[in-house]
Design a protein around this ligand. Structure first.
Ligand SMILES: C[S@@+](CC[C@H](N)C(=O)[O-])C[C@H]1O[C@@H](n2cnc3c(N)ncnc32)[C@H](O)[C@@H]1O
Length: 189
């Protein structure tokens, strides 16, 4: 698994510097965000663990560490077939298929599969964040966590959603200055 993580880190860095198109880039989280996610996911209450936006599976591998530690399974959603293929390769090579369910398609078409969420990592297209937030928050268990990436580097695009989350009475929320900025929401009990 570590070897797969390092390979994806190298590929992501190369992609960012060699003019690879946005569609083809992996656009994955930095390692410090991975550690942050794994720590929170391992501390999440009972409930399903999901990820929205798999890409090649790098952040999913961090979440798998937490799932293994807590005896859970990760369900991760990816809409682009070419990214699904990359993720399948990553998960097979890393030997983690026993703890991962990769769902191909737009997460918004899979709302009926999302119930009793203990932990959700949101890292999809920024234009979809608001709809994903509205999908996940009502389905969080008490104490359940939603963490959304890019709260600082895409602040302008995400501002309406961030403003709404920070005053949403259903959750306690803050923006952590980790990586590209993480919105952390905890469902009130
Ligand atoms: C920033 S990348 C995810 C990177 C990944 N979380 C990582 O750190 O390794 C965003 C991914 O979300 C996918 N995506 C965007 N909107 C989606 C949606 N509505 N449902 C499922 N996947 C989506 C994109 O195709 C893209 O591969």
């Amino acid at each position: 698994m570590l070897q797969q993580m390092h390979e994806l880190e190298r590929r992501d860095e190369t992609d960012r510097n060699n003019g690879t198109s946005r569609l083809d880039r992996l656009r994955q989280i930095p390692p410090e965000t991975g550690r942050f996610l794994a720590l929170w996911a391992a501390s999440a209450p009972e409930g399903i663990v999901i990820e929205i936006g798999t890409s090649a599976g790098y952040s999913a591998l961090w979440l798998v560490l937490a799932c293994r530690a807590t005896g859970r399974t990760l369900t991760t959603f990816e809409v682009l077939p070419q990214k699904v293929a990359l993720a399948r390769e990553t998960f097979s090579r890393a030997g983690v298929n026993d703890v991962i369910r990769l769902v191909e398609g737009d997460v918004l078409d899979h709302a009926d599969e999302i119930e009793r969420v203990g932990f959700c990592f949101l890292d999809a297209e920024k234009e979809a964040y608001e709809a994903c937030y509205d999908l996940v928050v009502p389905r969080l268990v008490p104490g359940g966590l939603l963490i959304a990436d890019n709260a600082i580097n895409h602040r302008e695009t995400l501002q309406p959603m961030l403003d709404a989350a920070l005053v949403d009475e259903r959750v306690d929320a803050l923006i952590a200055t980790v990586g590209t900025g993480e919105l952390v929401c905890r469902k009130r009990t």
